[in-house]
Design a protein around this ligand. Structure first.
Ligand code: 2HA
Ligand code: ZN
Length: 267
């Protein structure tokens, strides 16, 4: 069977971007075994011929009702699939799904019946919110950056906005490219609807969401931008821990310097 990417360059480009980012996640050491997941809303690239395709899976529940997802299609990393395999063979380690009209279930359409990520409830909840917000955001990422996850093992960093201010103060770019900062979701069961709901709540206030002792979630217009958000925060975390491992507490930019930046860049 021919891949649905054949003769569909725009859809193929979106999947290529996912594969490229999957490679970065593996190279960064953020994606052990099957760790992390990526989903992209590809609805705009779905034509009548794809719409006419039969399902190749049973109907699966999402676990929650997401009204904005009616008629939407997603490319999703497969559950239990390796990020490094997604990088090389995206359509064998991910699949295209359609959301059914009840907005509470989905079926797999192509290429292979690869069941989507175990964090689908969180991913689809983020997409539902992105559509509601109307900013044209299409991509969501969840990954396990060593430095950022390590920081959530310190209770002092879990207090509201402590980590955000610390990371902003390590290098000006972090403030500029992550202006709303990093929200913290207290530890919750992976894959749970409670985790999904808490993630959405935090995204109302922050650009990026940290799952305590687990990982990070980010969204963006495309998967490159979502990845960049995490990369920028991880860079700040690296600067912090490099200073600490050289034996000193980094001074950080001052509140005054950060305020000046906020004004200059209209953040
Ligand atoms: O997909 O990262 O949180 C594996 C995970 C679950
Ligand atoms: Zn995870």
């Amino acid at each position: 069977m021919e891949s649905i990417l054949a003769n569909r360059p725009a859809l193929a480009t979106e999947v290529d971007k996912v594969a490229e980012v999957a490679g970065y996640l593996w190279q960064k050491g953020w994606a052990e075994r099957n760790g992390g997941n990526i989903t992209v809303n590809v609805t705009e690239h779905i034509d009548d011929a794809i719409r006419a395709l039969p399902a190749i899976s049973p109907r699966y529940p999402i676990g929650t009702v997401l009204p904005h997802l009616k008629g939407c299609w997603f490319f999703c990393k497969g559950t239990n699939r390796r990020m490094r395999d997604l990088a090389r063979r995206p359509m064998e380690n991910g699949s295209v799904i359609r959301i059914l009209d009840d907005c509470a279930s989905y079926e797999i359409v192509a290429d292979a019946p690869v069941k989507p990520t175990s964090e689908l409830a969180s991913h689809l909840s983020m997409h539902d919110k992105m559509i509601a917000d109307g900013q044209g955001y299409k991509a969501a990422i969840h990954t396990h950056p060593i430095d950022l996850v390590a920081m959530t093992h310190n209770p002092a960093f879990l207090k509201k906005d402590v980590l955000t201010n610390l990371l902003w103060s390590m290098i000006p770019e972090t403030r500029a490219f992550c202006p709303k900062g990093l929200g913290i979701v207290p530890y919750k069961m992976p894959s749970s609807v409670e985790l999904a709901e808490a993630t959405i709540e935090a995204l109302k206030e922050y650009d990026v969401v940290m799952w305590e002792k687990h990982g990070v979630c980010a969204v963006g217009p495309d998967i490159f931008e979502a990845f960049d958000q995490v990369d920028v925060l991880s860079k700040s975390a690296q600067i912090y821990l490099t200073a600490r491992s050289m034996g000193f507490e980094p001074t950080g930019t001052t509140q005054e310097q950060m305020d000046e930046l906020k004004q200059a860049f209209d953040l």
